[in-house]
Design a protein around this ligand. Sequence first.
Ligand code: CP
Ligand code: NVA
Length: 302
Amino acid sequence: MKLKTKDLLTLNELSKNELAEIIINGINLKNDLKKGICKPLLKNKTLAMIFQKPSTRTRVSFETGMFQLGGQALNLSADELQLRRGETIEDTSKTLSRYVDVIMARVYLHEEVEILAKNSSVPVINGLSDSFHPCQILGDLMTIKEKKKKLSGLKVAWVGDGNNVCNSMIYGCAKASIDISIATPKGYEPNQNVIKESKKFVQVELLNDPEATVKDADVVVTDTFVSIHHQTTDRTNDFLPRFQVNVNLMKKANADAIFMHCLPAKRGQEVTSEVIDGPQSVVWDEAENRLHAQKALLVALL
Ligand code: CP
Ligand code: NVA
């Protein structure tokens, strides 16, 4: 499969079939690896990774993924590139395109990854911007599929900040035929356009009531109240105590509901230790699946 889109910036670029295929291929690549099979599908290919912000999972999963596929990854901190001295994103993009086969970038402003993609002759992957985190949701949907054996017809409940991960989760649910209910404090809702577009495919419910949101949910998801791009930390008071995923809230979801979090987590804030370290939590499989889903994505883009 070769994707219709050159770049992956939001997740909305993928058709339903393309998304389904990436998830299946991710599961297959994971099973292969467990059996010791590691095909050099990206032999001699190079991925450039630009980071304006810190990362553990994104950096390590992309770098390891390229290694496992027989290629290599270059870790480029934006601070160590000429970007820091004022070289434009346009010129950086045109230059990198002459050396590497694919670029992944973690940026502050979503427009920056759009400019990168527009000026690059090779595929550009958004490794998180202030508005979207598509790679996270590829791994998340793969995890849901593994745990629930299906995607279509499920209900996801998002509790907390309507942030970048939430926006991509809404797109992901729309493409995977999963209904989504979102509970945020007033003023912290996800992107309105994302909701509007996604409502064409699935039910997208926007509430300010976590209990109502998790009712009948198969998956309960949250993320930190303070993302990297948020300069202030006084947001927390707007979320606590109501928007914390704790055992009482989990009890209001389906009995077999799973708990997900993109990580890093702040225990005691958006989620209690009891939940994230408890039996319903699948966060470590979720973190692992970034590796497999992104390998499937890289193969599909290249
Ligand atoms: N979930 C995620 O993207 O983690 P990192 O910030 O560690 O890459
Ligand atoms: N919403 C978080 C996700 C981190 C992976 C952030 O942007 O910091």
